[in-house]
Design a protein around this ligand. Structure first.
Ligand SMILES: *Cc1c(COP(=O)(O)O)cnc(C)c1O
Length: 499
């Protein structure tokens, strides 16, 4: 497919204004200065229909949750009901200005107030801040709350424990929040090594950041011990609940002893994610931490809703205005439409789905840990190394069968987790779709043994063949000039790209 610049035809108009329009109007009066340029810009000269067809075609090259299974372990990609999108685009919501006086946006405030109550009930904490714009942002907020708590108690602590199985954002947030990140190595069952935790948790350690099920898709077995060790030394427990899919209405992190709970509304709660947003990585805390929350929070005095200052111990603002409000609407609508039984069903179905995939595929892709999993399972491609096949080749071949590949090479700590393939078949997938995925994986396993070239050369049926992942990251093509330079440098021809 040609670039839009290559479709350019000299003097072809996209839109024509009346010829004499500018005779009467002084352009300086109606075009802001920054938008006026003396030099001629390189723009493609195309018609409206050229533009529409170009971008419509491009959009069809994409793959998303509305196309098919997107089994991306650790990051819950699932179908999101369209009715929630519709509700979030009601005029009264989309035209509500963040600076509008409180009395004119009572409905919006009520929604935030109620959502807070619902989520407190689901997770067992006492108050959420809806401000953080993504998971990593929420983690940083949570870590700053921890720090503020210790400063306030004249108990400055320097270290924070993070398991080696944690999502990569956890160690980054611990460090950005001003702590020395101490890695907690997992045991051979893929979970927290209680003895090691006991050794490392001391009175200079602020606490532990943990997912449960963890980022290897496994439930921690020693939660009561973990809780008493961390709290016993005066530490705090931080719950990374970016993937709450496995525990809705089954267990509440607040009841398990977590003091700070982080949710990714843009994964679990009916907002599609990817492509950079919009996200919502909200943070909930137990009562004793409420004074440290970012300011403001929504309160209710029996008559009206209002933004309330948290007080002088607050960590301050973490974001302009009130968070990504439209994401909150979708979550609110989704929770209400599911109800407690529906949410429980989400957990049960996603856990059953993952265990079904594990049971069917463990013979072909030796799992990192051979035990029941949560909402995702970690398979490996390590037995195919002897055929010259890497996990990357397996993932690429899966694209030929019409599936988005799962997460690969994560988790990446050896010896257990090597050449990993992390599959998360969310609750929105039917058995038929999951069976098709399983069939494709089994076929690929046979191909790896009998015809490995099929895998190393994959994908064969996609619009773009195997790309150079490193180059794509290091040298993204952001404009036509870059494209030309790269073409010249790599000496590739248009025919190499299978559009
Ligand atoms: C996705 C994810 C995060 C980070 O969330 P972002 O919105 O991508 O910043 C943190 N922890 C876990 C377990 C995740 O899956």
């Amino acid at each position: 497919m040609k670039l839009i610049f290559e479709k350019s035809v000299k003097a072809r108009d996209g839109y024509s204004l009346p010829k004499d329009l500018f005779d009467e109007v002084n352009t300086k009066d109606c075009i802001p200065e920054y938008a006026v340029s003396d030099s001629k810009k390189v723009l493609s000269e195309v018609s409206e229909v050229d533009v529409i067809r170009h971008f419509t075609k491009l959009s069809k090259f994409n793959y998303g949750v509305d196309d098919g299974l997107y089994p991306l372990g650790s990051c819950t990609m699932k179908y999101n009901p369209k009715v929630t999108e519709k509700l979030a685009s009601l005029d009264n919501f989309i035209y509500a200005h963040p600076l509008a006086p409180e009395e004119t946006v009572q409905g919006c405030l009520e929604l935030m107030y109620d959502l807070n109550k619902l989520l407190c009930e689901v997770t067992g904490v006492d108050q959420y801040t809806m401000a953080p714009a993504a998971g990593a942002h929420g983690e940083l907020t949570g870590v700053l709350i921890m720090r503020q708590h210790f400063v306030d108690h004249d108990d400055k602590r320097h270290k924070l424990l993070v398991p080696d199985s944690a999502h990569g954002t956890n160690p980054a947030s611990a460090t950005m929040g001003g702590f020395k990140m101490i890695e907690l190595k997992s045991n051979e069952r893929g979970t927290v090594d209680i003895r090691r935790l006991e050794e490392l948790m001391d009175e200079d350690t602020a606490g532990l950041m943990l997912n449960d099920p963890n980022t290897v898709g496994l439930y921690d077995e020693g939660m009561q011990d973990i809780e008493s060790i961390v709290h016993g030394k005066g530490g705090l427990l931080y719950y990374d609940g970016a993937n709450l899919n496995a525990s809705f209405e089954i267990v509440r992190p607040g009841d398990a002893g977590f003091d700070i709970v982080h949710l990714n509304l843009h994964k679990t709660f009916s907002t599609p994610h990817g492509g950079g947003g919009p996200g919502s990585g909200i943070i909930g805390v137990k009562e004793f931490l409420i004074p440290y929350l970012p300011t403001p929070i929504v309160a209710f005095d029996g008559e009206k809703y209002y933004f309330s200052d948290v007080g002088e111990k607050s960590i301050g603002r973490v974001r302009a205005f009130w968070g990504n409000f439209l994401v909150l609407i979708k979550s609110y609508a989704w929770i209400l439409s599911m109800g407690p039984d529906g949410l429980r069903n989400v957990s049960e179905t996603s856990v059953i789905n993952a265990n079904y995939v594990l049971a069917k595929l463990k013979k072909y892709y030796r799992p990192a840990y051979d035990r029941y999993c949560g909402h995702e399972c970690v398979l490996t491609g390590r037995d195919y190394k002897k055929y010259g096949i890497k996990t990357l080749d397996i993932a690429k071949r899966l694209m030929d069968y019409g599936f988005h590949p799962p997460t690969i090479y994560f988790p990446h700590f050896e010896p257990y987790a090597e050449e990993t393939i992390m599959v998360e078949p969310p609750e929105s997938e039917s058995k038929e779709v999951i069976d098709e995925f399983i069939d494709a994986m089994i076929k690929i396993s046979n191909e790896a043994k009998t015809n490995p070239d099929l895998l190393t050369g994959a994908p064969h049926n996609t619009r773009i063949r195997r790309v150079d992942d490193v180059l794509a990251v290091k040298r993204p093509i952001l404009n036509y000039g870059d494209e030309l330079k790269l073409k010249d440098e790599l000496k590739y021809k248009d025919e190499d790209i299978n559009f």
